[in-house]
Design a protein around this ligand. Structure first.
Ligand code: GLU
Length: 388
């Protein structure tokens, strides 16, 4: 598509053109590049060093051109199969975790050797989505990654499979890559796997249509995204959801195959690009609250409060609350649920659950003076609908 075009809806802002977005990704200073298991390992298990070397050459070219690169690398489980003499991917969780622990050593050491050809040093970082959801741990991770970049070291990030299993069940690190891209304020995220980009159905079906850009959910209507391949756990559904997550956080995304890495990093016309929302980049706090934080409880609200919250800019008061769940405390993140059970948003709650229980449905004027603060202040309330 050329020129600036209108997105969906009445007050929807102008999106950049596809060409502009691609050139922005090509020029991104801080770039997260995620590799899927099937791109890094052989079908029989073990690292595919020939392919990894080619990827590293493309990354090196990008770094020589002035970009900082952060690698998110899957493939620990698949790599671990070889030394453990496992012919197929392990099925039970403990064995997958064991294979990942074995494989991670070899995976990281191959990355290290491959980058050493260019006298580059790598660092291994094992993270969980939960780490990005805890503000202190997220800040620590961000500081470490920033410092490594200053030291010209390439961070290699994988999920910490010993303690977390979300990416090995659904994601193959796609979601983790999106969270990391947002966490470090990346200018672009490149998701590389074994498919050229997004098709509206299985690419081997005759008549499958290729989507070169996705601006909003509207472009995805009728798109059937499958659930994974034999090696990893990604699947197109996980990739699309991760790409949209990063795009919501303001990070442009390019989704293509690892074989396309060189043209992808050079800004050529390959793969599918996902536009970030152009108007209102969610603040780091709001993105964190909605997509990364652990919610400690639930507030149910009535239709009037729901309208106010959805509109944005309004604090949530006790009078609009119809029920609460969970043992939350003041300062925790809670999920806000509408009258029909719909997820409306999230916010930082101003009261402990036991105090709030006695305030539900009451007018602020009737409450003791120490309970006249909002339940969630507008500045700490983030809603899924308007994303402001
Ligand atoms: N973190 C896992 C790995 O690196 C995810 C990939 C998978 O599910 O195979 O192996």
């Amino acid at each position: 598509m050329t020129g600036q075009e209108r997105g969906e809806g009445v007050d929807t802002p102008l999106y950049r053109s596809e060409a502009e977005l691609r050139s922005e990704i090509a020029g991104a200073k801080k770039i997260v590049v995620k590799f899927g298991s099937s791109s890094l390992t052989r079908s029989s298990g073990g690292v595919d060093r020939v392919r990894m070397d080619r990827y590293v050459e493309a990354l090196e070219a990008r770094m020589a051109a002035g970009s900082d690169v952060v690698v998110v690398s899957s493939g620990a489980i698949a790599t671990g199969r070889k030394p453990l003499k496992m012919v197929t991917r392990p099925k039970d969780l403990a064995t997958k975790q064991a294979a990942a622990a074995v494989g991670q050593v070899q995976l990281a050491s191959n990355w290290s050797d491959s980058f050493e050809r260019f006298e580059r040093t790598v660092a291994l970082i094992l993270l969980t989505a939960g780490d990005t959801g805890d503000r202190d741990r997220a800040r620590n991770a961000q500081r470490t990654i920033d410092r490594l970049r200053q030291l010209r070291v390439i961070p290699i990030i994988n999920e910490n499979d010993t303690v977390a299993t979300s990416e090995m069940r659904f994601g193959d690190n796609d979601r983790l890559a999106a969270l990391v891209a947002h966490l470090i304020g990346a200018d672009a995220l490149v998701l590389l796997s074994d498919v050229d980009g997004l098709f509206d159905r299985n690419p081997s079906d005759p008549g499958a249509r290729f989507l070169s850009e996705v601006r909003s959910g509207k472009d995805l209507e009728g798109v059937l995204a499958g659930d994974g391949g034999p090696l990893g756990t990604g699947g197109m559904a996980a990739k699309v959801s991760a790409a949209r997550l990063a795009a919501r956080g303001g990070v442009p995304v390019l989704l293509t195959s690892a074989d396309n890495i060189a043209p992808a990093l050079a800004g050529d016309d390959v793969g599918t690009v996902f536009h970030p929302r152009p108007d209102k980049r969610l603040s780091a706090w709001k993105f964190w609250a909605l997509y990364a934080a652990d919610a400690e409880g639930v507030l149910r609200i009535d239709p009037g409060a729901m309208r106010a919250v959805t509109r944005g800019g309004t604090s949530l008061l006790p009078v609009g609350i119809t029920g609460i769940d969970g043992e939350f405390h003041r300062g925790d993140i809670v999920e806000v649920i509408g009258p029909n059970g719909e997820a409306i948003g999230r916010g930082e709650v101003g009261y402990d659950a036991d105090v709030l229980a006695g305030m539900i449905g009451r007018n602020t004027a009737d409450l003791p003076v120490e309970q006249r603060r909002a339940v969630i202040h507008a500045d700490y309330l983030s809603n899924y609908a308007s994303r402001v």
